[in-house]
Ligand binder design. Sequence first.
Ligand code: MF3
Ligand code: CO
Length: 288
Amino acid sequence: MMSRNDPCWCGSGQKWKKCCYPRPPTSGPLLAARYLKTYGIVLKTPAQIEKIRRACQVTAHILDALCKAAQAGVTTLELDELSQKLHREAGAIPAPLGYGSPPYPKTICTSLNEVICHGIPDQRPLQEGDICNIDVSCIVDGHFGDASRMVTIGAISEEKRRVVDVSLQCLERSIAVCKPGAFIWEIGEAIENYARQHRCSVVNQFVGHGVGLAFHEPPEVPHHYNNLQIPMAPGMTFTIEPMINAGVREGELDAKDGWTVRTKDGKPSAQWEHTILITETGHEVLTR
Ligand code: MF3
Ligand code: CO
């Protein structure tokens, strides 16, 4: 049991009773400075939030159009071409293109069936029975939005239906816990509890992330059980993007392309993602 005279868990060096007791302050001028110093997290200003909100709206709009276009017979490369056009028309830059090492070669990720994440669009047409995650991250006026959804093609197996539905429920249940003072670990708790109850596993090799002024910012947002004692605070913007597997949680990186991650047992995987803003009273889903 922690005593009120112990050093505060937030790393300030002050006594707990003089600092975050019983819960940390959820607003005030010192909060942004403390979050930057303690966690490297930038709490966004109202002006920054406006721009991030705009980037997220564009992201959601592009994702909408791509999901509508994802039909049997359409290749994921054609979806990428449409994505290029939609980004151009919206005055947006696709964040994945050229990102990382080796440089990511396309504007979106299209992760089919047993692919956990970072699938690269190619010549393969979508076919009956497929499930596919489409992940859009775009930059508008220097600010970032990030979201992804699943599409299903025709009739799909019971196992695929389960991961698609469970991953969406995991996302929604974890969004529901987001408010000032809630801890980052509560997200993973909500996700892994629900996934386990429905005979699914939670990928722990990839995490959600702060987003807005850069593609990936602190904090990391694990989807699995964890003990990250970071309290959410107004002005935080981050993604939640649970990757849920029908079989084992482990993934394997494709050694040839350096990006595609597949489940180790070849069983299906699904993912949904939103960018979330913590507000004074709760949260706002910026990519709805
Ligand atoms: N939502 C994914 C992420 O945050 C998007 C990956 S794009 C890639 O990592 F370029 F990194 F593949
Ligand atoms: Co992301």
